[in-house]
Design a protein around this ligand. Structure first.
Ligand code: IVH
Length: 818
């Protein structure tokens, strides 16, 4: 590509990426997948690296992060970030309005009303149109400088090019994590065995203070702005300020309004009471502010809060319901979560039927008894919670809830680790939801990327014994014959107490007859719901006659069924029939009822029984039997699935490492470890010190890694995966070093570098023979001093006599031309 072409492609990519960002952040819509978006961004970054003369400081590539901040610097706010007085009552709001009226000598005034966003307050300072600094609220006087993290938020303007932009100004607003993103992160965290984030606000505040801005960039934070500060901006109302910042490109929630009286304010409050739950973020009230700046000045401040504004907070809505039962969910990591099933009740605009109970402590704290009347409340969390028991309504003789002690999925005794609130099922190897969770993680797009294997298919393969762990996936190919016709669901089957397999009546009658549709049979059976089986079958004969389809043959078959049911001495089940009897009527020429009955004791589906029998059935018999089965795996699906599994063997080592699902090894950590160690062997042999020396690796991770490799079953799985050709080393593991220019040197980089991202500098040092150390110590040969290197680090380096070199000097030492 020549420079002219590169320039035009960079322009095109920038436009496309900005368009998709705008769509996502402003309109909550997407037109392309995350993967396609990342590809556009990767192409842009590559081109900008190759043609740095076309890199614009506004480019979307400047938002991918990559800087590491160990300790945030603090900055003093030019004017204090005040809090607001707040109230929950209409009376107090009216009293506030009276104080305002009195303070302004009963002249006219108006309120500007906004929602109160539940996020993290932020102040952004701009100079000459460029974002200079982003600072958290802190204690109101001074906060943390988090500019690098804030730059990654896609809709925060980095460079404003409007004519009326003052040379210096400040905007304030609220950073938030959209609820949808919050749920997505928690789903991923659960699959990775990480602790869940409590609510979107905590998640946003944790994200703003993260050390690695590359991770912040992936979290899709968003921001609403509601304040403009600065001298000589030439405006006299908040209304003008809001329109001005909107014009400059700041995101303003379109939910604001102006009100002339307190009654109008109350109407606004009422209109958002339920509608606010449809917004993409949590809100907890309304802020009303005097619109006119001169009037604000007249009213002034108390010691802490303005007299010209107040927040009205919505009461967390509460409703009364009855506890019907408790379901214990087993998460994909084995954690048990009790969920209360409630009599349906209306709450904040939705029907609530379930409430989260978190853990055994919570049940105890509430003092919950069976059948209790309870109050439910919808707070910041997604699922409503029970806040109290109505003791007066407790039924006489009701028992306290006793927590389960065995896993509801696999029956294993539950455990509870010291200091942990949740019980968990220790049977990680064969408890079905845990096996499912691990396999789902393994096939995930960002791990082995086998997209032909959705949850339902994996579940089927687990339930029917084909998968116990993900290494089994690579053995499915040799069982392709058995998979054809495998039933996707076992819902239609039941086992009697002594283990005989039964099938739902409509399915059985559908297979036994000809010319009748399944839906007609189902309707007929529903209409006889309360009658005993014997009567249902004799009315079915009447039904066959009226339907007038192959009457003699169908009635003959049903008569045979009735006789066999009587003579066989098999147990009876009301709306199910023994599979052995139904099958015997269909294929009795090949096998006796006794033999079929014996086989049906050990199998869970018709498909399983047929595999065992391996009979040369006629095509008519096959057709009749197919009618008994649930939805089945067809040839196309199987080919597709096996192809996906085969192709996944090409996934890079870092993806495989992530796919293994080692506790605390998320996508980024897998990448870091794979690049550092280059093979599973080296990772396994690494000592705690080797691991801890890597930037970003802490004690918890070291512990997880060591525990993982201690388990012989894990080693066995790795060996099996290896034997199927999965990659357990990086493709360039055996490549020679790029150079030995940094041989024997111990180096640390601090602050933002221009030529490298975080992982790149480590790779670069190592591939040129050097060693990267993660903290300032005497052992260092030198520190590469990036932009904004922290003063405390500098001081420490000076004290220890460690040399600082600029990035340019370093490149010279490494023999790299720039
Ligand atoms: S105005 C002096 N407007 O609430 C007034 N604040 O309790 C400055 N907040 O720290 C704040 N939504 O973090 C304002 N629409 C809104 C707001 C809002 C949320 C937060 C903000 C502030 C706190 C005050």
């Amino acid at each position: 590509m020549n420079p002219e072409q590169a320039k035009s492609r960079i322009g095109e990519l920038t436009k496309q990426i900005n368009y998709h960002n705008q769509l996502y952040y402003q309109e909550d819509r997407i037109e392309i997948s995350d993967f396609e978006f990342d590809q556009l961004l990767d192409e842009l970054i590559r081109l900008e690296q190759e043609f740095p003369q076309f890199l614009d400081s506004d480019s979307p590539s400047q938002r991918v992060g990559g800087t590491i901040t160990k300790e945030f610097e603090t900055a003093v706010h030019e004017s204090r970030m005040l809090s607001l007085g707040n109230t929950y009552s209409e009376e107090e709001l009216k009293a506030f309005d009276e104080r305002v009226a009195k303070g302004l000598g009963h002249r006219d005034y108006e309120y500007f009303c906004e929602l109160k966003f539940d996020g993290v307050a932020i102040s952004l300072v701009y100079e000459n149109g460029r974002l200079l600094r982003a600072v958290t609220r802190g204690d109101g006087t001074k906060g943390d400088v988090v500019t690098e993290n804030i730059r990654t938020i896609k809709n925060i303007p980095l460079h404003i090019q409007c004519e009326d932009v003052p040379s210096k100004f400040e905007v304030r607003g609220e950073i938030f994590l959209p609820r949808k993103e919050f749920e997505k992160i928690n789903t991923e965290r659960e699959a990775n065995g990480e602790t869940l984030l409590a609510n979107p606000r905590n998640a946003a505040s944790g994200t703003v203070k993260m050390q690695d801005s590359a991770i912040v960039a992936k979290r899709r934070l968003n921001c609403y702005f509601y304040q403009l500060l600065g001298e000589d901006i030439g405006i006299s109302t908040h209304d003008e300020a809001i329109h001005m910042i909107e014009k400059w490109g700041f995101n303003v929630s379109p939910t604001y309004t102006k009100c002339k009286t307190v009654d109008e304010v109350l109407q606004y409050i009422d209109s958002w009471k339920n509608k606010r739950f449809e917004l993409p973020l949590d809100t907890d009230g309304v802020v009303l502010k005097i619109n006119n700046y001169e009037q604000r000045e007249e009213l002034g401040f108390t010691a802490k809060i303005p007299r010209w504004a107040i927040a009205y907070k919505y009461q967390a809505e509460s409703a009364e319901s009855v506890l019907l039962s408790i379901t214990y969910q087993v998460g994909r990591t084995g954690a048990i979560t009790p969920v209360a099933n409630l009599a349906p009740v209306q709450l904040a605009g939705t029907t609530v039927k379930r409430a989260s109970l978190h853990n055994a402590n919570e049940i105890q704290r509430l003092g919950l008894f069976e059948g209790d009347s309870v109050f439910v409340e919808k707070g910041g969390e997604i699922i409503p919670k029970i806040t109290a028991v109505v003791l007066d309504k407790r039924k006489a003789g009701a028992a306290a809830i006793s927590y389960i002690d065995h896993c509801p999925e696999c029956g294993t005794p539950l455990q509870r680790k010291e200091g942990e609130a949740k019980h968990f099922c220790p049977n990680s190897k064969s408890c079905p939801p845990q096996v499912l969770g691990r396999i789902e993680h393994f096939v995930h797009k960002r791990a082995m990327d086998i997209d032909s294997l959705g949850t339902e298919r994996i579940k089927t393969l687990i339930d029917q014994g084909y998968l116990q762990n993900f290494a089994d996936l690579y053995e499915l190919e040799s069982k392709a014959d058995q998979l054809l016709g495998l039933e996707m669901s076992q819902d239609q089957y039941q086992k009697s107490d002594d283990g005989y397999l039964f099938i739902a009546l409509p399915k059985a009658l559908f297979a036994l007859t000809e010319g009748l549709s399944l839906s007609a049979i189902q309707k007929f059976i529903q209409s006889k719901a309360d009658q005993p089986l014997k009567e249902v079958l004799s009315s079915f004969e009447v039904f066959i006659r009226t339907s007038n389809k192959k009457v003699a043959q169908n009635i003959g078959t049903i008569k045979k069924l009735e006789e066999t049911l009587v003579s066989s001495h098999l147990p009876q089940m009301e709306d199910h029939l023994p599979v052995a009897i139904v099958l015997h009527i269909l294929i009795g020429n090949w096998i006796s009822l006794e033999k079929l009955t014996a086989i049906c004791l050990h199998e869970n589906t018709v498909h399983g029984i047929l595999l065992k029998l391996n009979l040369p059935l006629s095509s008519e018999q096959e057709e009749r039997i197919r009618k008994m089965k649930a939805n089945t795996f067809q040839e196309g699906v199987i080919t597709n699935m096996l192809e996906g599994i085969r192709v996944s063997k090409n996934q890079a080592f870092e993806k495989v490492l992530f796919a293994l699902g080692i506790r605390n090894i998320g996508e980024n950590t897998a990448q870091l470890l794979a690049r550092h160690f280059k093979s599973i062997k080296a990772l396994r042999e690494a000592g705690a010190d080797d691991l801890l020396a890597i930037n970003g690796v802490g004690e918890t991770l070291v512990h997880s890694i060591q525990e993982y490799f201690k388990d012989p079953e894990n080693i066995n799985i790795i060996e099996r995966l290896k034997s199927h050709g999965l990659k357990f080393e990086t493709d360039n593991a055996n490549q020679a070093l790029e150079s030995e220019n940094l041989k024997g040197m111990k180096i640390l980089a601090s602050g933002k570098l221009n030529h490298f991202k975080r992982d790149e500098i480590i790779d670069f040092i190592e591939s040129n023979g050097g060693q990267y150390l993660k903290s300032v110590s005497k052992a260092l040969d030198f520190i590469i001093e990036g932009e904004d290197m922290g003063p405390s680090k500098k001081e420490k380096a000076e004290k220890l006599g460690v040399k600082l070199v600029s990035e340019e000097e370093f490149l010279k030492i490494a023999g790299k031309k720039v």
